[in-house]
Design a protein around this ligand. Structure first.
Ligand SMILES: [Zn+2]
Length: 237
């Protein structure tokens, strides 16, 4: 009987491994997708910052031209001041001069803000470039490893399938169908150790007589609560 329990445990290990392989068919491509997206997101952030930088530089150039033109205008008005003949002309010119000065002040304020923004953007772009480069390199290594894992899944599956068949032929049919039934019904482990005199899966307390029988290992004993096959693994806490 101990031998059969050992075979069932071996089968359980194989089935667990096969289950992991099945799951890996989903999560390995997911992991690859996430790594690719991480690099793409950084690249996108880098591009959008670069785009904003060139816009800001264009705006800066525009402001410089505007300030230059307004300064020229101001000079012209101040020159006209010298040839003014009437109060009305003076007032009109005064208004123009004030307006131009205001426009220059406004443009200079904007230019200052832009200068700050440009400095900040340049710093961020440098950070993003470093980070994107680093991430691309580390992710490329991981992507390659993941691809290798994906490529190997089929082969591993076939190997485990062979192993399973070899174990299967050595397990009596009724025990095998009990195993399959519990596995389908409960999921998780089918063969579980006795822990603290209880079922290792559902923690149902076992009668001392039953524990003795499990220890002896003369027949297959299942938990009357969850139906899993119990085995003795020593005095486990
Ligand atoms: Zn149980």
């Amino acid at each position: 009987m101990q031998k059969q329990i050992e075979l069932l445990m071996k089968l359980q290990d194989i089935d667990y491994y096969v289950g992991e392989l099945e799951r890996s068919k989903d999560y390995l491509p997911d992991m690859m997708e996430r790594l690719k997206r991480e690099t793409e997101d950084l690249q996108e952030a880098l591009e959008s910052h670069k785009k904003r930088l060139s816009e800001a530089k264009l705006e800066q150039k525009g402001l410089e031209i505007e300030i230059g033109a307004n300064n020229e205008g101001l000079e012209k008005y101040q020159h006209q001041m010298l040839t003014i003949k009437t109060n009305k002309e003076y007032d009109a010119l005064r208004i123009e001069i004030d307006k131009t000065k205001e426009a220059i002040a406004l443009a200079e304020d904007k230019a200052l803000l832009l200068m700050d923004e440009i400095a900040e953007l340049e710093e961020k772009i440098q950070d993003y470039e470093l980070k994107a480069d680093e991430t691309r390199k580390t992710n490329a290594v991981q992507l390659e490893q993941l691809q290798t894992q994906i490529d190997a899944v089929g082969e591993k599956m076939a190997m485990k399938d062979d192993e399973r068949k070899n174990v299967l032929v050595r397990i009596p049919k009724d025990l095998m169908s009990a195993y399959e039934r519990i596995r389908r019904g409960r999921g998780g482990d089918v063969v579980v150790p006795v822990r603290r005199r209880s079922c290792g899966a559902c923690y149902k307390q076992l009668e001392p007589r039953l524990v003795q029988e499990i220890k002896k290992g003369d027949r297959v004993i299942t938990c009357d609560s969850c139906g899993r096959i119990l085995y003795w693994a020593g005095e486990t806490e």
